[in-house]
Write a protein that binds this ligand. Structure first.
Ligand code: 5GP
Length: 197
């Protein structure tokens, strides 16, 4: 039995990670693929749990050996989805979620048109600005850049199958969970993902 491929994307600070951290444990047979990145681990992050933290050379090697389903530069570091990771999960019949930036999401959509694309949107750019400032992890210049990127990304939300506005967290969690469950059902339809990845 092959699983389905979900892509959860949206601007930095929209709350993709927070939403998935709540939804995934509540859903059967749904796994988040651990991405590779060249950025440094933040305090508390663990290798192989939050990311596979790789050197630039190792990341180059993965690109050269076609080991990534997609990759992109995001805020100064490289991030990519490991082909091996997704392949193993799907072969085991798990439904897989990729939590990736919109550049990567577009690459997945063009390689796997049947991927179920979900866009997480902040209620407004003003709210996003407040969240990014509140997080305290970025300089004012970095926040300006993220907001400019977010405006462009939000203009392309119509390319996705579903847009979820993350205003009230528990409402957004319920909406995401029910959308995913609606697509998983008990008996995933047959598809070509396993062959494709
Ligand atoms: P952070 O460094 O805050 O964990 O993530 C920064 C951004 O990189 C987020 O928007 C996140 O969704 C994105 N990201 C994480 N993993 C991947 C990946 O495998 N591919 C792409 N394209 N983006 C990713």
């Amino acid at each position: 039995m092959a699983g389905k491929l979900f892509v959860v994307s949206g601007p930095s600070g929209a709350g993709k990670g927070t939403l998935l951290a709540q939804v995934v444990p509540q859903t059967n047979s749904l796994r988040v693929a651990i991405s590779a990145t060249t950025r440094q681990p933040r305090e508390g992050e663990r290798e192989g749990v939050d990311y596979h933290f790789l050197s630039d050379d190792k990341f180059d090697e993965l690109i050269a050996t076609n080991g990534l389903l997609e990759w992109a530069f995001v805020h100064g570091a490289r991030y990519g989805t490991l082909r091996s990771e997704v392949q193993a999960l799907m072969k085991a019949g798990e439904h897989v979620i990729l939590e990736i930036d919109p550049q990567g999401a577009r690459q997945i959509k063009s390689s796997y048109p049947d991927a179920i694309m979900i866009f997480i949107e902040p209620p407004s750019l003003e709210v996003l600005s407040q969240r990014l400032h509140g997080r305290g992890t970025d300089s004012a210049a970095a926040i300006e850049l993220r907001l400019a990127n977010a405006a462009e990304e939000m203009a392309r939300a119509t390319e996705y199958n579903k847009v979820i506005v993350n205003d009230d967290l528990s409402t957004a969690v319920d909406e995401l969970k029910s959308y995913i469950e609606q697509h998983c059902g008990n008996q995933p339809e047959s598809n070509n993902y396993s062959a494709a990845v």
